[in-house]
Write a protein that binds this ligand. Structure first.
Ligand code: TRP
Length: 334
């Protein structure tokens, strides 16, 4: 508990460009969580270097992601928005927790297997212990809730196992986190293959709408989106392409799926697809303006970063001090 509120923690990696799926499925739903929870949202840049990054590009991406959090509506005063790499406690606790995690557990992680297959030229130890660092992220802030998608559920499970193991040896040190399954975010699929999730690592750029896409690009991608042979605009399992566009339209306009279906009843794709693009652009255009404004104001952004880093450090170090004591490290004289 912080300020009588339960703690909620999440973050995104600064790799690839965020997609509309990241926004509608996660980011958008984070915006109001601070009313109920004490929220921490990290730019997970320590995790990013498990894949080789080009330094100048990486630096820019990380700053852009933080600015995008704010531009998307996360209030940097009400939420703690910070860079993981600015709070050294993450790496320190990560190391300690490595010593409380079994290789057998890590061997079961499906994401490691997937990533190792994809980056077979660079299967580094960081990629292997990625879930342990994630456990450190979550446990440092005594988090009660972690909003995670399906792909991260296994990592949350191992976090709970590590925390429980540590607590059973040393007493109540960590809060055991749970998944946050509040309001369901929209599940956005690829525009080119609606059986796959829209992903920032998709090789086909037409499958994803990136948050930084301009309005013409959005229109072009929507027009090219795969649909199916009949021309009905109806949400149905056997119409995954149209259903996906309806889901996007509904999430962007706030209208229900039924309302949206009614709106396009008797109309064709020729009318529907541009309307989807327009709904998406109505969200993205103000976001772009805000993003540019924030990035231009270097003093403002640096101020925000400093304040939030300090806040994160304060809470993280509190936990780390406790852990250091528990495992028996000697005191650091002041
Ligand atoms: N692994 C997460 C992802 O790729 C990012 C992440 C790192 C994270 N640490 C976290 C998410 C802690 C939630 C909590 O999506």
């Amino acid at each position: 508990m912080i300020n009588d509120k339960k703690v909620l923690y999440s973050g995104m990696q600064a790799t690839g460009n965020l997609t509309l799926g990241n926004y509608l499925g996660a980011l958008k739903n984070w915006i109001t969580l601070n009313e109920e929870y004490e929220c921490f949202f990290g730019v997970m840049d320590l995790h990013s270097i498990t894949i080789r990054q080009q330094p100048a590009d990486f630096r820019k991406r990380a700053r852009n992601l933080l600015a995008l959090y704010i531009a998307a509506g996360l209030d940097p005063v009400k939420n703690c928005i910070y860079y993981q790499s600015h709070v050294s406690a993450h790496a320190e606790l990560g190391w300690i927790l490595n010593c409380f995690t079994y290789m057998g557990e890590l061997n079961r992680m499906t994401q490691f297997k997937d990533k190792a297959a994809k980056h077979s030229d660079n299967i580094n130890a960081g990629l292997y212990t990625y879930p342990v660092l994630m456990a450190a992220d979550i446990l440092l802030y005594q988090s009660d809730y972690v909003p995670v998608g399906k792909d991260q559920q296994q990592h949350l499970e191992i976090t709970r196992d590590i925390a429980q193991r540590f607590n059973s040896i040393y007493g109540d040190v960590f809060t055991i986190p749970e998944g946050y399954y509040g309001k369901r975010g929209a599940k956005v699929m690829s525009l080119q293959d609606p059986s796959k999730k829209m992903s920032k690592s998709d090789e086909n750029p037409n499958g994803s709408i990136y948050l930084m896409d301009d309005s013409d690009t959005v229109l072009r991608k929507c027009k090219r989106a795969v649909t199916d042979s009949d021309s009905e605009i109806r949400y149905s399992e056997d119409k995954p392409g149209v259903s996906n566009l309806l889901e996007i339209y509904s999430a962007c306009t706030g209208k229900s799926i039924e309302e949206s279906e009614k709106e396009f009843d008797g109309k064709g794709y020729g009318e529907f697809k541009p309307a989807v693009a327009e709904a998406v652009n109505a969200i993205l255009e103000p976001m772009h303006k805000e993003f540019e404004r924030i990035l231009k104001d270097k003093a403002y952004l640096d101020g925000i970063i400093k304040e939030n880093d300090d806040k994160a450090r304060y809470f993280a170090n509190k936990t780390l001090r406790k852990v250091r004591k528990k495992v028996g490290f000697t005191d650091i004289p002041h």
